[in-house]
Design a binder for this molecule. Sequence first.
Ligand code: C5P
Length: 238
Amino acid sequence: MDRLLVALDVDTADAARQMADQLRGVVGGFKIGSRLFTSHGPRFVEELVGRGDRVFLDLKYHDIPNTVAGAVAAATRLGVWMVDVHAAGGATMMRAARAAADEEAAKLSRQPPLIVAITMLTSLNEAALDEIGFASSIEVQVERLAALAQSAGLDGVVASPQEIGIIRSRCGSRFTIVTPGIRGSDDAMGDQSRTMTAGDALSKGSSYLVVGRPIIAAENPRAAAERIAAECQGTTAA
Ligand code: C5P
């Protein structure tokens, strides 16, 4: 299932390799986030890329434009398929990320990675937003950041499936929407707040689903991935 991406949120390269080996063929790619990257760094990314896996490097860059541009250029050299930055880093930062990926990819004669912007973390609820001083509602903030990311030339955003409708109507059908926060009715929420089932997220128009614990913490991760993939098959965007 091409549109199902699995978060390899584990501590060791061995555990991640084992998980990827079990899931290859069932899922459409692997997400490497700060946990695994901090322990095992770029070498493990290169290992998966070398095997032909699609890798979403989820390091959520959020820094001054020059620093983010350098990091995105480095991610492009690693050959990742998708990389993300925080939309809250601003339009100049996002444009710098876009330019760096395009220039680096041109030098290497390869396709640039998709660059998507984090809107609001799916673990945040309205109370948490209030706490950090955001005056507007989650919906208003997500729509604003998605439009900003699009105008800065990014390919899409990462958002909760609950915000797909708002983003689609503002940014159009070709904009990539990556949705973590996927939970079935029997799954533990963990730290997630704004969740939806895989089938519902796809039918609302998600481009890619990111699923972590419901697959990697399952007794049988491959069977769990197959169940979610089956739920997704035949689901078409509304
Ligand atoms: O285990 P779970 O399915 O909650 O994993 C979701 C993954 O997506 C985690 O790796 C998390 O870091 C990531 N993510 C998220 N919300 C965002 C962006 C990324 O949950 N807004």
